[in-house]
Design a binder for this molecule. Structure first.
Ligand code: FES
Length: 180
């Protein structure tokens, strides 16, 4: 005698044991829509990945911009009267372990730069006969007025220190622009 409570065979039967229904075992073909769901998920991951990369690029751009902001606080360097035209004056800026150099190009023209070469950080020197800043480590050369790269491996100009002469007769450093 058959069991009246036994599940009936049929196309929608689910055995409730975590396995596929019998009809699916007997007919193991995937519907097209099942594959489309997978593609949709893949597209979602793709969009999410592209979004993450875009966000990363925005972050890098913002960081690069921030690096060009002035660093260092206004500080008196030396009396203008004590700086000879054509002779570099060495000082420390923005911190005491940051070598910097001031050059009086004429009675009225002053420039100041970080002495750290933007290649690998060696100290640059003024070469009056060549009118340039020279890095002896790998023969990097920078333009004397702007600090722009003339030749050699550096790709960025020297960090420029803004300076001005104030009423007290002293040359003041106002901040350094780096990473331009
Ligand atoms: S460290 Fe200045 S050129 Fe390499």
């Amino acid at each position: 005698m058959s069991d009246p409570f036994a599940p009936a065979d049929g196309p929608e039967e689910d055995l409730g044991d975590g396995k596929d229904p019998i009809w699916k075992r007997d007919f193991p073909f995937q519907a097209l829509s099942e594959e489309e769901v997978t593609r949709r998920d893949f597209a979602r991951y793709l969009v999410a990945g592209a979004g993450a990369i875009a966000a990363g690029n925005v972050g890098i751009a913002a960081w690069t911009q921030l690096r060009t902001i002035n660093t260092g606080k206004p500080r008196a360097i030396v009396a203008l009267a004590d700086v000879v035209v054509g002779e570099p004056f060495l000082f420390r800026y923005p911190d005491n372990d940051d070598p910097a150099v001031l050059l009086r190009l004429s009675d009225t023209e002053l420039v100041a730069f970080s002495q750290k070469c933007t290649h690998l950080g060696c100290v640059v020197y003024y070469e009056p006969e060549e009118e340039r800043w020279h890095c002896p480590c790998h023969e990097g050369n920078f333009e004397v007025k702007t600090g722009d790269v003339i030749s050699g491996p550096p790709t960025r100009p020297l960090g420029r220190i803004e300076v001005e002469v104030r009423d007290d007769g002293k040359i003041w450093a106002l901040g350094e622009k780096v990473g331009e």
